[in-house]
Write a protein that binds this ligand. Structure first.
Ligand SMILES: [Zn+2]
Length: 238
């Protein structure tokens, strides 16, 4: 059974009841549904915990897609804990403080790709900081100028909304895809589009805040040259 990705429909959901589907030989726990984002798209998997029926909790260090069946999410427990049994009912809880920082940065990176409208070749999201790599032929980027433009977009208090389109509709609008290295997931027949007001629209499977006001002030902390045609721009929550 594929794991139901509850974070995809509601990134603000911090807990849910679930059933243990399987425990693999390394102790990884597959649930039928989860609120923990699984590592992907430059964003690390969420930490959290599983609360068992007897009230004890099991600390989860991260969540990843099962390399043998990417429709399933494996919850990786910290070492030295008792394993739950397949069929067991649990409550899966999210480390919300850390996730919210990632959601704020992730949404800010969408806006950074509007400020710097160059092809994106990579990116990563940390706890309160993140980066995008751009294919930019010339240098001359100014940290203060980028930060000012980025914070001006954040201050527009734009709503972030999600909708789904078919693969065929996406193929008819290739301009929607900004990232060259991270293609939107295909094969399920539909792709999720994320809109930030009338500022930005792109396919994305990640977790976002509901309004840009939640991002708060952002600083541009570094611009690195990565090869002849590449600039890495780092941002952080101020
Ligand atoms: Zn996104």
């Amino acid at each position: 059974m594929p794991t139901e990705l509850l974070f995809r429909d509601d990134a603000y959901l911090t807990e849910a009841s679930a059933t243990v589907e399987a425990v693999n030989e390394r102790g990884g726990i597959v649930l039928d549904r989860t609120v923990l984002y699984a590592t992907g798209g430059g964003q690390p998997g969420d930490a959290g915990s599983l609360r068992r029926a007897d009230g004890t909790t099991l600390a989860i260090g991260t969540a990843i897609y099962d390399p043998e069946d990417r429709s399933r999410v494996i919850h990786v427990p910290l070492e030295g804990q008792a394993s739950p049994q397949p069929g067991e009912a649990v409550t899966v809880l999210l480390d919300w403080e850390r996730r919210l920082k990632r959601m704020r940065i992730h949404t800010a990176l969408h806006l950074l790709s509007v400020v710097l409208s160059y092809p994106v070749t990579g990116g990563a999201i940390g706890d309160g900081d993140g980066r995008l790599d751009f294919d930019i032929p010339e240098g001359g980027l100014d940290k203060a100028e980028i930060a000012e433009a980025l914070n001006a977009l954040i201050a527009r208090n734009a709503n972030v909304t999600e909708s789904w389109i078919t693969d065929a509709e996406l193929d008819a609008n290739p301009g929607l895809v900004k990232t060259m290295s991270v293609k939107p997931p295909r094969g399920s027949g539909r792709v999720r589009l994320v809109a930030i007001g009338d500022i930005d629209l792109q396919p994305c499977g990640g977790t976002h805040v509901r309004n840009t006001a939640e991002i708060g002030l952002v600083a541009v902390t570094d611009i690195e040259k990565k090869g002849k045609q590449n600039r890495r721009v780092r941002i952080a929550l101020a």
